[in-house]
Design a protein around this ligand. Structure first.
Ligand SMILES: Nc1ncnc2c1ncn2[C@@H]1O[C@H](COP(=O)(O)OP(=O)(O)OP(=O)(O)O)[C@@H](O)[C@H]1O
Ligand SMILES: [Mg+2]
Length: 495
């Protein structure tokens, strides 16, 4: 069957489809016992001469939903193959961004793979379900059994089992994934897990940030994009080196420099969901582990402001704790301490969350920490291997400004750019302040006015810093004078 000769193939199939149609109509009309007998007879009579193989993919197998059925349905409904068919059905679930087309009952399509043609047929069978589980008004109501039947020449049996079916199912999964509505999750407090039936609460994720709109040094930006690309294609590599397929990024820098915006841009670029993990609502290490297990692959787990989330300052605190532990031990309270350490969220719990044995339970995952004070974090938490890339989001320099000006005002250059470059290079201006000033306040078309506003704002801030600096110096000098006077007084009294 096939080999690219579609006219012979078409004729063969129309004949075959005719026979199949008559056969399936007969099947609908006769009782099941007779049908089974006829089935056997059919395969005995024609099995020897009949060159085609039929594989049926049921929607449910032994009462369990068959995932392969959905992938096949999605693949066949995708534009490249499903559109050949005249009768289609359209479905849109809560989880998908757009309509998914499926073959309607009895419809057939021919799919081509490596020059070979394959026939697919959508089947629906009505069965009366009188099982004990369906009593009352549901009993006796006909149920539908959906399936897809694949028909191909037996000489392609190897190709089908080794490559074609994989191609169909993976293809379907990919389309499902690209079509899925991405989510922004946040963790519920454990008291609500039972009542709300889940550990994570979510909304649909819509954030317009992209790498194009993110203002930062273009070289640094390209480095991050290349790293993400390598990670996305890295499944085989991670398997080869025996590492879980995940990557950690630490975003650090002053407030308003674009750390949260960067997370949204990464999520949009990778087409991942986001899990925004609020550590302050996690009571202990065991809860943290359970939250991790309940996340899906192709996602970003974010802990914002990790320095403020819990006390992760490490060794120094530990020492203090162990000192008080010793004191308590002496007072015979070992049991209490043991119980306390188990019921708390600790640094080691977070380290385990990032790269302990449980962290490998999902695939293709990125963990991002953000902080305004990188120096406050325990080195163990951010060491290479845990946080693979440390990205500094810093003040707005001229290259980053050009991106913001393009975003906000849609201009590439202006005579005022020279002044702005000088001001930005000589001062620490946050991107959020630049963005705020570039936003037209009155007349949306007046880009020049926005640039002037920006220059004015930077100059005003510069002046304020200068005055504050002077005041600071003055205050310092006053303090020094006061101190020297009091020292003098003290020494005078002593004398
Ligand atoms: N690098 C940037 N590129 C584009 N827009 C930016 C950038 N930095 C800041 N902005 C703008 O400023 C606003 C604040 O930025 P964002 O919330 O990403 O900062 P942040 O670094 O996460 O701050 P914080 O440390 O306070 O959480 C954003 O809504 C965005 O409009
Ligand atoms: Mg932020």
């Amino acid at each position: 069957m096939g080999d690219g000769d579609s006219s012979t193939f078409g004729e063969q199939f129309s004949r075959l489809a005719g026979i199949m149609f008559i056969w399936s109509t007969i099947q609908q009309l006769i009782p099941q016992s007779v049908r089974l007998f006829l089935d056997k007879l059919w395969s005995k009579l024609f099995g020897f001469y009949y060159p085609y193989v039929h594989i049926t993919f049921h929607e449910y197998t032994k009462g369990i939903y068959n995932d392969a059925y959905t992938s096949i349905a999605t693949y066949l409904g995708s534009t490249h193959s499903g559109m050949q068919s005249t009768y289609l059905t359209g479905d849109k679930s809560e989880d998908s961004k757009s309509l998914i087309l499926n073959l309607d009952e009895g419809q057939e399509i021919i799919d081509e793979f490596n020059g070979v043609h394959f026939l697919w047929r959508a089947c629906k069978e009505k069965v009366e379900d009188n099982s004990s589980s369906r009593r009352g008004i549901m009993s006796g109501i006909p149920q539908e059994k959906n399936s897809y039947v694949l028909v191909f020449h037996k000489k392609y049996r190897d190709m089908v089992t080794k490559t074609y079916l994989d191609h169909v199912i993976q293809g379907g999964k990919e389309i499902e994934l690209n079509n899925r509505q991405r989510k922004l999750y946040t963790n519920r407090s454990s008291e609500d897990w039972f009542w709300f039936g889940g550990k994570w609460n979510y909304i649909n994720f819509h954030h317009p940030a992209t790498f194009d709109t993110l203002a930062m040094d273009p070289l640094k930006k390209q480095e991050i994009i290349s790293d993400l690309d390598a990670f996305k294609k890295g499944k085989a590599y991670y398997t080869k080196i025996g590492k879980a397929w995940k990557r950690g990024y630490l975003l650090h820098g002053p407030p308003g420099t674009g750390k949260s915006t960067m997370i949204a841009a990464i999520a949009n670029y990778m087409e991942y969901d986001i899990y925004d993990l609020e550590l302050t609502s996690v009571i202990n290490n065991s809860e943290l582990k359970q939250l991790l297990i309940d996340t899906r692959s192709k996602s970003i787990i974010v802990i914002e402001d990790i320095d403020c989330s819990i006390d992760l300052t490490g060794k120094r605190k530990k020492k203090e704790a162990s000192k008080s532990e010793e004191e308590e031990m002496e007072s015979g309270q070992e049991d209490k301490i043991d119980k306390d350490s188990k019921s708390k969220l600790t640094l080691s719990g977070v380290l385990n969350f990032i790269d302990g044995i449980w962290s490998a339970c999902g695939q293709e995952r990125i963990i991002i920490f953000t902080t305004n004070h990188v120096d406050k974090l325990d080195p163990a938490l951010i060491r290479r291997g845990r946080m693979d890339m440390h990205i500094e989001m810093s003040y707005c320099k001229f290259e980053a400004f050009k991106i913001l000006a393009k975003n906000y005002l849609d201009i590439d250059s202006h005579p005022l750019y020279g002044d702005i470059r000088q001001l930005l290079e000589g001062n620490d201006v946050r991107p959020c302040d630049v963005a705020e000033n570039l936003m037209p306040k009155t007349n949306p078309g007046d880009g020049e006015q926005c640039l002037r506003n920006l220059i004015q704002a930077i100059n005003a801030a510069k002046e304020e810093t200068r005055v504050r600096g002077k005041r600071g110096t003055l205050a310092k000098r006053l303090k020094e004078t006061f101190l020297s006077k009091s020292t003098f007084k003290k020494s005078a009294t002593k004398v």
